[in-house]
Design a protein around this ligand. Structure first.
Ligand SMILES: Cc1cc2nc3c(=O)[nH]c(=O)nc-3n(C[C@H](O)[C@H](O)[C@H](O)COP(=O)(O)OP(=O)(O)OC[C@H]3O[C@@H](n4cnc5c(N)ncnc54)[C@H](O)[C@@H]3O)c2cc1C
Length: 412
């Protein structure tokens, strides 16, 4: 016998919990199925020392604070997982853990979901399976070289890696934080720096997440055809602006794009100076926007001219390596902080674009009753983040309730 539920939410991360809150408020009967535990990715797909990139006053849902944390502190990943578990309890979210949805098909009046614990039928289905689903590792370095390779989701701590130098590829939040941790642990670190933005963690006494808010940046829409760059930001060590020059001053070797490997030699792109300059442009753009906002509004915030002083480019930027003999420099491990792909094999409905992203309008699919929440740029920049997903979930729950009402009226 199939279990029948009005709305099925697949995934019990922050997106699934937010969906449950908003569906519950609207009286929409629903069930959240989570294949592992609530907020599983925060528990088992992140490195040990990870803390939130935004402070506790911001990286949370509106209806519950982190009572045990200073609002300006950065919550450790276990605390974030505990927060969502507490939150689910607070709202009595109907979450069933340990149940995986393996296949969904359309049936009359809705969907039929096969799960690891039987069949569920539903009128609406919300996919809340995350923006960061399947680790992406470029096939550049042959296994025969005998170098340990792992994606950033598998990295835990420096002690896990074999002796020797480490090459970290990718300079977003994950790559820059992991490279910094390895350097602090005494490793020789090579970091391949791609195009990135690097906002100041604080400016004129305010957190960058606050500035992104007042400058309207969280509301920014995806621009079709514009490649969105990764953001290097870190809440580690009390929150510090990621500065690749400072990494180099501490001994890290910065590299351009990691390229093809021939024998033990990796080709390195000549884009390092360009990428560092692009990061600086982004950094100064935030300072300029903030200063213009202060000038326009008369806000009483202290000036911070020292934030505009950057140290000179290090030698590895002015005389960049164009190849790296991985064996000669003793690279024992490579961490690929190279992002994620989607994995919707279980949901063969509607259309997916060339990157495997579902086609939707603000989370509303072309397939009636099918929704997505938690994806990058779902409605705006904030969409995949803790603070943003709650608001998107509200909108989608509103759509589900309105659709119900429409169906009721149409039925007379
Ligand atoms: C390294 C890293 C650091 C981040 N730091 C921050 C931060 O500091 N602040 C911030 O706001 N955001 C941060 N993010 C972004 C975002 O908040 C997290 O990625 C968050 O985990 C996304 O939540 P989600 O609920 O959308 O997806 P997920 O956390 O991925 O949750 C999806 C859930 O669905 C489950 N699932 C998947 N498929 C199925 C299935 N078929 N059946 C049943 N269950 C299924 C999974 O087990 C998982 O628990 C970070 C992301 C990364 C990668």
């Amino acid at each position: 016998m199939a279990e029948d539920i009005h709305t099925l939410v697949v995934g019990g991360g922050q997106a699934g919990i937010a969906m449950s809150e908003h569906l519950g408020r609207r009286g929409v009967p629903h069930l959240v199925l989570e294949r592992h535990r609530i907020a599983e990715r925060w528990r088992s797909e992140r490195w040990d020392s990870l803390v939130a990139n935004g402070p506790a006053w911001h990286d949370r849902f509106p209806n519950m604070t982190f009572d045990d944390l200073d609002p300006f502190a950065f919550a450790p990943k276990e605390r974030i997982a505990a927060y969502f578990e507490e939150y689910a309890r607070m709202i009595s979210a109907p979450v069933r853990c340990g149940v995986e949805v393996t296949r969904v098909e359309m049936v009359a009046n809705g969907f039929r979901a096969e799960t690891s614990d039987g069949v569920v039928t539903c009128r609406n289905l919300v996919s809340a399976t995350g923006a960061f689903q399947k680790p992406l590792v470029p096939a550049l370095v042959p296994e025969e070289l005998g170098i340990v390779q792992m994606h950033s989701t598998a990295y835990r701590n420096p002690a896990q890696l074999p002796e020797g130098a480490v090459l970290v590829v990718g300079s977003g939040a994950s790559g820059s934080q992991i490279a910094d941790e390895l350097l602090r642990s005494g490793r020789r670190v090579y970091l391949s720096v791609g195009p990135h933005g690097r906002p100041p963690i604080r400016y004129r006494g305010k957190d960058f997440v606050w500035w992104l808010g007042v400058l309207g940046e969280w509301e920014a829409k995806a621009q079709p055809g514009v490649e969105h760059i990764t953001i290097a930001v870190s809440g580690a060590h009390g929150g510090r602006t990621v500065d690749f020059r400072e990494f180099a001053a501490r001994g890290m070797v910065l590299l351009g794009r990691a390229g093809a490997v021939s024998g033990p030699v990796m080709a390195i792109g000549d884009d390092l100076a360009k990428n560092i300059a692009g990061g600086d442009r982004h950094y100064f753009g935030v300072l300029d926007g903030a200063d213009a906002h202060v000038a326009a509004t008369g806000l009483d915030l202290p000036e911070e001219p020292e934030a505009r002083i950057l140290p000179p480019d290090p030698d590895c930027v002015t005389n960049p390596l164009r190849e790296l003999d991985l064996k000669a420099v003793g690279v024992g491990a490579i961490i690929w902080a190279t992002g994620f792909a989607t994995d919707y094999g279980w949901l063969p409905l509607g259309r997916y674009d060339t990157r495997g992203m579902p086609v939707h309008q603000g989370g509303v699919s072309e397939v009636p009753g099918l929704y997505f929440v938690g994806l990058p740029w779902l409605t705006r920049r904030a969409s995949p983040f803790i603070w943003g997903v709650w608001h998107d979930a509200d909108r989608i729950a509103g759509h589900i309730a309105a659709r119900d009402e429409g169906l009721r009226l149409a039925a007379g």
